[in-house]
Design a protein around this ligand. Structure first.
Ligand code: ZN
Length: 59
């Protein structure tokens, strides 16, 4: 199983935060934490979650 990666700017945010993880589930969890503290989101809305899912790619 390869690593997967995600860049916050793929959500259209002016943010350089990016990460790699071993699974898509881990990415989603880390993005949730990041969105809460860095972007003041109270939760990941369904449409945001969908965009996160589609922006996750092989590292
Ligand atoms: Zn960000």
């Amino acid at each position: 199983m390869g690593e997967v990666a995600f860049e916050c700017r793929s959500l259209g945010l002016p943010c350089e935060w990016a990460l790699r993880a071993g699974s898509r589930a881990e990415i989603v969890e880390r993005v949730r934490e990041h969105a809460l503290c860095a972007h003041k989101m109270s939760e990941l809305a369904p449409d945001v979650l969908e965009r996160v899912e589609s922006a996750i790619h092989a590292a």
